[in-house]
Write a protein that binds this ligand. Structure first.
Ligand SMILES: NC(=O)c1ccc[n+]([C@@H]2O[C@H](COP(=O)([O-])OP(=O)(O)OC[C@H]3O[C@@H](n4cnc5c(N)ncnc54)[C@H](OP(=O)(O)O)[C@@H]3O)[C@@H](O)[C@H]2O)c1
Length: 280
């Protein structure tokens, strides 16, 4: 197995390009053991970037993450998110304190605004800055921000310090290629791609299956390899099954050929022009 490529964040810190998502984890106590085991296996395989949110399982996902990283917190890069309805200055600080308690840690490595809400961005930014000053978070970023939101953000004092924009991106959701992705590259703000296998809905696709057969891989691995070939992008699939975690790690070793990319482009055409950012 090759080493895991790293992505450099605006802070200068590097994180593994492939991480682990946690949406829909921490919702059912009967699945807890399995979920913790999956995240732990991921850590053993080097997938130390873990994405969670106060929203997931109503805090349950963060509690499950705490169990998975117990005794190895320093190996991990934990991303969590504040809900828009909590994103005033005081609300952001209070939400972060609750997340830290559930995560049983003293800091969140990257804290994101989950999507835009009513509070002004200045308010959220003031909350993030206070949290950085107190050491509760090490960096901050956003999620589901389109180009106009990003323009507004970086025009604010301190707004250009944004560490990442986490957005929907996979073979079937290529809209960002026509606007947001080049914008983020120009501004040095890395994209973190969520739902990279479209929550499993991509897996029966014929073109994807044909490429997978050639590589003796699975369609999920090809879908991941397609996103992962863009080396400046973090990718955070969620997997509860141990076999899925192993497969996902191995996707890093798949090199797609020009023929593969051509076939995938025909099956999943790139966007013809700008369109609004899609979200899940
Ligand atoms: N910021 C946002 O608004 C936002 C929105 C959506 C997601 N996210 C983040 O991104 C993460 C990933 O997105 P997602 O969970 O929506 O979807 P996803 O990662 O595209 O898909 C997850 C689904 O794919 C299955 N899967 C994983 N690896 C597989 C493999 N190798 N073969 C076959 N099936 C496989 C999983 O099954 P098992 O679990 O059974 O293994 C699960 O059902 C989330 O968990 C969350 O952390 C963020």
């Amino acid at each position: 197995m090759s080493a895991i490529p790293q992505v450099r964040l605006p802070s200068g810190e590097t994180v593994p390009q492939l991480g682990q998502g946690t949406w829909h984890m921490g919702e059912n106590s009967r699945l807890r053991k399995e979920e913790v085991a999956a995240l732990k296996l991921g850590l053993d395989l080097g997938l130390t970037l873990i994405d969670t949110a106060e929203m997931y399982g109503n805090g349950g996902a963060e509690e499950m993450v705490a169990e998975a990283v117990q005794g190895r917190r320093d190996e991990c890069f934990i991303v969590s998110k504040v809900l828009p309805e909590n994103s005033t200055k005081a609300g952001t600080i209070a939400a972060c304190e609750r997340s830290l308690k559930r995560l049983k840690t003293d800091r969140i490595d990257l804290y994101l605004l989950h999507w835009r809400g009513r509070p002004k961005l200045e308010e959220t930014l003031a909350g993030f800055e206070a949290l950085i000053a107190s050491g509760a978070i090490r960096s901050w970023g956003v999620s589901n921000f389109d180009v106009d939101d990003m323009d507004e953000l970086v025009a604010l004092p301190g707004g250009a310090a944004c560490g990442s924009n986490q957005v929907l991106y996979n073979l079937r959701r290529r809209g960002i290629e026509a606007g947001l992705l080049p914008w983020c590259r120009e501004h040095g703000i890395p994209i973190m791609a969520y739902s990279p296998i479209e929550q499993g809905r991509l897996l029966r696709d014929r073109a994807l299956t044909a490429v997978a057969i050639r590589h003796r891989a699975t369609p999920a691995q090809i879908a991941l390899a397609w996103v992962l070939r863009q080396k400046d992008m973090m990718v955070i699939p969620k997997a509860t099954m141990l076999e899925h975690v192993r497969e996902n790690r191995a996707a890093l070793d798949i090199k797609l050929t020009e023929q593969d990319l051509g076939e995938l482009n025909r099956a999943f055409p790139p966007p013809k022009g700008r369109r609004p950012l899609e979200l899940l």
